[in-house]
Design a protein around this ligand. Structure first.
Ligand code: PLP
Length: 457
């Protein structure tokens, strides 16, 4: 066959779909030439990677169908291996805020890479990133960098237990803190539930000291509690705002019994504002977990807090923490480049875009007879489908679970076919970033209007 990129004759085996797409080769040509499809590549992946994915939600189990494999991203767009372009509202589940392959981030990573990718020794860049976080988030007098949000929450739990000498951790039903064993707890609704494992592979003993309580209700604590860990804006059960008094109440109740308050700001940090949810709601947590945005799209996590608490971490204190790649040169370069672009005005703009997209999606659904709401908290947009809440915003996991998952699956596929990628699960947020300019936002509205018409026929 003839390669459309350079007009050379090549064998099909030598045609690299990723390079073809990058070079702008049209999908139709490639497919005609026998380049593997999403389906074929996903099956090949699944033969070696369990379920074909490295993070469960990516497998499309909640919405059905076969995932697309991404060849590249640029700004608001993703391109799959078949050369299809789609507007991306996932943005790496919030890790990307400037848009894919932002020139400042790409340049920073490239410049860092030529000086080596990991040393196992301190660097000025990790100092600068820690300073950048501490400057913008006053509760974080000290910051320790690590490699993921999961590592941040597990370190925060260990730190809280080590600093207080207590065992009990309180967590909220429907909050998500990554794949941290002590926090993978199945919560019952209503009253406080003594931890039962939320997944196979976590022994009951591991979560025996984890309590799960309903979101947006201040629990009554006792002197066994080391820490309360909370998503200050819940963004893993749709998007659920804290009701007035909830975060204040948690702060007061923690103070009353001498427990530490941990804000998991892995999503909200540098996403809903420079100071995160703690600035928006004016609450000072003892420990904050970060991830996602602070790595500019590279693997990162961080724990911040008062000097008092943080000095319990090794080597100053007895609470162990270590990481071969922690404070990684590329991740810190990317994170610094991203934070550099994030000035206060950005969040005013992103909030306006979030409200506009929410309204456009609501209208598109309404005009096609789909009952849906898209609650906005700051720059985050949630989704709730079906009449379960009679148009009230969800306040907790029980509310969130009334969403019509089957309806969402139809919406998801209609939108994807029409060129808009949303998360393949009904409980994720829609992530609007700096690359979703007015034209892109309006285009999503138009696409939704047409794509959701199946329902009005
Ligand atoms: C994504 C997320 C995590 C886990 O972060 P990873 O980097 O995926 O390990 C923890 N907490 C919250 C609130 C998150 O959204």
């Amino acid at each position: 066959m003839v390669c459309r990129i350079d007009e050379r004759t090549v064998s099909i085996a030598l045609c690299d779909p990723v390079r073809c797409v990058q070079a702008g080769c049209s999908a139709i040509t490639c497919k005609g030439a026998g380049v593997p499809s999403n389906q074929q590549l996903f099956e090949r992946s699944a033969a070696v990677i369990p379920g074909g994915v490295n993070s469960s939600i990516r497998a499309f189990r909640a919405v059905g169908g076969t995932p697309f494999l991404v060849a590249r991203g640029s700004g608001a767009y993703l391109y799959d291996v078949e050369g299809r372009q789609m507007i991306d509202l996932v943005q790496s589940y919030g890790a990307i805020i400037l848009g894919h392959a932002h020139p400042a981030v790409t340049a920073a990573i490239t410049a860092a890479a030529v000086d080596g990718t990991s040393y196992g020794a301190p660097t000025p860049r990790e100092m600068k990133l820690a300073e950048a976080i501490s400057d913008r988030v006053p509760s974080c007098e000290r910051v320790r960098l690590m490699n993921s949000g999961t590592e941040a929450t597990s370190t925060a739990v260990r730190l809280a237990r080590g600093a207080t000498g207590r065992k009990r951790i309180v967590t909220f039903h429907g909050n998500f803190h990554g794949a941290t064993d002590a926090l993978l707890v199945a919560g019952g609704s209503g009253v406080a539930t003594l931890g039962l494992p939320g997944t196979a592979g976590v022994p009951e003993e591991t979560v025996a000291n984890t309590w799960v309580v309903p979101y947006n209700v201040v629990p009554h604590l006792d002197n066994d509690v080391a820490a309360v860990i909370v998503e200050p804006v819940a963004a893993n059960m749709g998007v659920v705002a804290p009701v007035p008094g909830f975060l204040e109440g948690l702060r007061a109740e923690c103070d009353r019994v001498g427990a530490l308050l941990i804000f998991d700001e892995v999503i909200t940090g540098f996403r809903i504002g420079l100071g995160g949810a703690q600035a928006k709601y004016d609450i000072r947590p003892d420990i904050t977990c970060f991830g996602k945005v602070i790595g500019g799209g590279l693997p990162i996590g961080a724990v911040g807090g008062s000097a008092d608490v943080m000095n319990h971490l090794s080597p100053l204190g007895p609470v162990f923490h270590a990481g071969t790649l922690a404070g990684n040169p590329l991740a810190t370069a990317a994170g610094l480049a991203a934070l550099n672009e994030l000035v206060p005005d950005v969040y005013i703009e992103l909030s306006a875009r979030a409200r506009r997209l929410s309204a456009l999606l609501r209208d598109a659904c309404a005009s096609n007879g789909i009952v849906a709401q898209f609650p906005v908290v700051g720059t985050l947009i949630g989704m709730h489908f079906g009449p379960g809440l009679q148009n009230n915003a969800p306040q907790n996991f029980v509310d969130a679970k009334t969403t019509d998952e089957a309806l969402y699956a139809k919406v998801f596929h209609a939108m994807l076919s029409a060129g808009v990628a949303m998360a393949p699960g009904a409980y994720e947020a829609l992530f609007v970033g700096l690359s979703h300019d007015d034209a892109v936002i309006n285009r999503i509205g138009e696409i939704a209007h047409e794509a959701l018409q199946w329902n009005s026929h």
